[in-house]
Design a binder for this molecule. Structure first.
Ligand code: ZN
Length: 322
């Protein structure tokens, strides 16, 4: 009888362990196909995430030690929720949102840039200077965005402040229509939504991002720290392939268009225009650009104490890319 009870207790114990392991597995991003780790990376269908599309296409997402799974989101808050809860291993995301999450205790690291430059301020044709935007509606995608900081820079440069324009947050895809219908007089947002208004002749470029903020930081490739720590070899290979994909994207050729159009709906002329403004070369996050970003976040009141470069940026992977 005692033996039976012991056997029962042991099997109950084993079952509990198996159950908790299974439950644990369904809660995080870990999964394997053909013995290779599947890395889940979140993105929004924008020009700024092109290196991810190329990385996935180059080897059909099947690298030596991992399978790449790109997870598409409809909005930044949804993507951040998946990242913060560990449903994805990383993302190409507005750096300010990732910094805010880090500040709130989510252990993330920025391992590369999404792109360099590549943002524009678009206005309707009757806006000729910043002064003309006074009292008008101006759209940004999210308070925590480089687009908001570019707006701040543009106003400051001409002696204006946030209160001089009416700032509205709009989903990026709605901005071109809002501009053409006169509901807003201008906007700053991730591409290709600026190029869309310009290509349709519904708007014009008032400023390029580098006119307002040289070496601006916008999207970053962020990874969960536990992924980097526990699966370093895989994280290294993923970042190496990402950098290679960036160089391929920089060719801005037919391959870039063909690959990108599988992940984002875009007209060729619109994509080509937005590609003229952006660069995917040299995706390392340098300290001076990051410090400038931190400073703007403090100045605009977005954050009292954004994470330091040492806390948030991890160049150990990109530094090993040959
Ligand atoms: Zn960006």
């Amino acid at each position: 009888m005692k033996k039976k009870l012991r056997k029962f207790m042991i099997s109950l114990f084993v079952m509990t362990i198996v159950f908790s392991l299974t439950a644990c597995n369904s809660n995080n991003a870990h999964s394997e196909i053909n013995g290779k780790r599947t890395i889940k990376i979140g993105y929004l269908p924008i020009t700024h995430a092109i290196p991810l599309y190329i990385e996935k296409e180059l080897e059909k997402g099947q690298s030596q030690h991992f399978n790449l799974e790109l997870v598409k989101f409809g909005s930044w808050p949804e993507l951040m929720d998946a990242l913060n809860t560990g449903r994805i291993d990383g993302a190409s995301v507005l750096v300010e949102l990732a910094m805010k999450a880090k500040e709130q205790g989510v252990d993330l690291k920025a391992v590369a840039l999404g792109h360099r430059d590549g943002n524009v301020v678009v206005t309707s044709h009757n806006i000729h200077s910043v002064k003309d935007l006074k009292g008008k509606n101006f759209a940004i995608p999210h308070k925590f965005s480089t687009h908001n900081l570019l707006l701040y820079q543009m106003l400051k440069q001409e002696g204006f402040q946030y209160k001089d324009v009416n700032i509205v947050e709009l989903p990026p895809a709605e901005m071109p229509a809002a501009l053409s219908e006169g509901r807003i007089s201008g906007y700053a947002v991730a591409e290709p939504f600026g190029a869309l208004s310009v290509a349709m002749n519904k708007g014009k470029v008032l400023f390029q991002s580098e006119d307002l903020w040289k070496h601006s930081v916008c999207c970053a490739l962020v990874l969960r720290s536990d992924f980097i720590r526990n699966e370093r070899k895989i994280a290294q290979e993923f970042v190496s392939e990402y950098v290679k994909a960036g160089k391929k994207a920089e060719l801005k050729d037919e391959y870039t268009y063909e690959s990108s159009s599988k992940y984002m709906k875009v007209n060729k002329d619109v994509l080509n225009l937005s590609l003229k403004w952006i660069s995917f070369n040299d995706l390392k996050i340098d300290k001076s650009a990051y410090e400038q970003l931190r400073q703007y976040m403090i100045e605009t009141g977005l954050s009292k104490n954004p994470p330091s470069y040492e806390e948030f940026v991890d160049n150990s992977l990109i530094d090993k890319v040959k």
